[in-house]
Design a protein around this ligand. Structure first.
Ligand code: CP
Ligand code: NVA
Length: 308
């Protein structure tokens, strides 16, 4: 069974640190390092739109000396045109790793259970592990440290991005707080899994955004309705309005706090233009780190993690 990258619950703290260090090293390597991925192909299946994830994976594979092949979700018809099991067994014979962006997390798990190549979660309804690891790299780059004194506050929906950020924070030892309306808090299954993985780490949820952001070093937000939840937009807008990251809320954070957003952002909804374009916003270098983390992840999965 190959080593996959489905969820951050699957890696250790030592591996998380190793991946950040590897990303830092590889981003200084402007051209392909022979041997890393030469002659190898990454497959990409996207059932939802993407800019950052798709292009950073494709560019990373090129930089590592390999190639990538993009498959639109509707062309693959995962589980509809053919079973996930048949698909996984066949595609494993053509390519060397496969990244998938899908809805149900169980699709990613089923692919992993049947493939003989590493499977990467490029975002599911439950998790966005590549995003969270790139985010911890951005926090380390900007604050210069990752330890308990760093307070990361995610303001908004307890969604895929928030959940993976909570796990990445626990792995790397930083303090994480979710500020969300009670009805959009973390789901019970996630809480249970988190408690099992990190029995000593509190999973802090605060419903008062001002209280949560007080003294924060990182203020992070994401869209109120994720891909696939568009029909819930009106109800979500009402619930999340008090959680908008605007200048008034951001001012409650530490004076040198940074603002992060996985992007794409809905300007004037979850974040105001003033904060998004402000001098404490690091969303553009944050997006750059998506490439640096993908370099590290592919390099690891195609070599050490799956050395036979
Ligand atoms: N942040 C992120 O995953 O962006 P894309 O949806 O554009 O890939
Ligand atoms: N939570 C968002 C993240 C997009 C990168 C979504 O799933 O649509």
């Amino acid at each position: 069974m190959p080593r996959h990258f489905l969820d951050l619950f699957d890696i250790t703290s030592a591996e998380a640190v190793m991946l950040l260090d590897r990303a830092e090293r590889l981003r200084k390597t402007p051209v392909a390092t022979p041997g890393h991925a030469t002659g190898r192909t990454l497959g990409l299946i996207f059932e939802k739109p993407s800019l950052r994830t798709r292009v950073s994976f494709e560019a990373a594979m090129t930089r590592l000396g390999g190639a990538s092949t993009f498959l639109k979700g509707e062309d693959v018809g995962l589980g509809k045109r053919e079973s996930i099991r048949d698909f996984a067994r066949v595609i494993s014979q053509y390519i060397d790793a496969l990244a998938i962006r899908t809805f149900a997390h169980s699709n990613v798990e089923q692919l992993a259970a049947n493939a003989s190549i590493p499977i990467i979660n490029a975002l599911s309804d439950d998790a966005h592990p590549c995003q969270a690891m790139a985010d911890l790299l951005t926090i380390r780059d900007t604050l210069g440290r990752l330890d308990q004194s760093v307070r990361v506050v995610f303001v908004g929906d307890g969604n895929n991005v928030a959940r993976s950020l909570a796990v990445a924070s626990a792995l790397l030892g930083v303090t994480f707080v979710l500020a969300s309306p009670p009805e959009y808090d973390f789901p019970e299954a996630f809480r249970t899994r988190f408690k099992q993985a990190f029995p000593k780490v509190p999973l802090t949820v605060e419903h008062d955004p001002a209280k949560a952001v007080a003294g924060a070093h990182v203020v992070y937000t994401d869209v109120w309705a994720s891909m696939g939840q568009e029909a819930e937009t009106a109800a979500r807008t009402l619930a999340f309005l008090p959680y908008q990251v605007n200048e008034k809320l951001f001012k409650k954070a530490a004076s040198d706090a940074i603002f992060l957003h996985c992007l794409p952002a809905h300007r004037g909804e979850e974040v105001t233009e003033e904060v998004l374009d402000g001098d404490r916003s690091f969303v553009i270098p944050q997006a750059a780190n998506r490439l640096h983390f993908q370099l590290a992840l592919l390099d690891w999965l195609l070599t050490d993690a799956n050395a036979s």
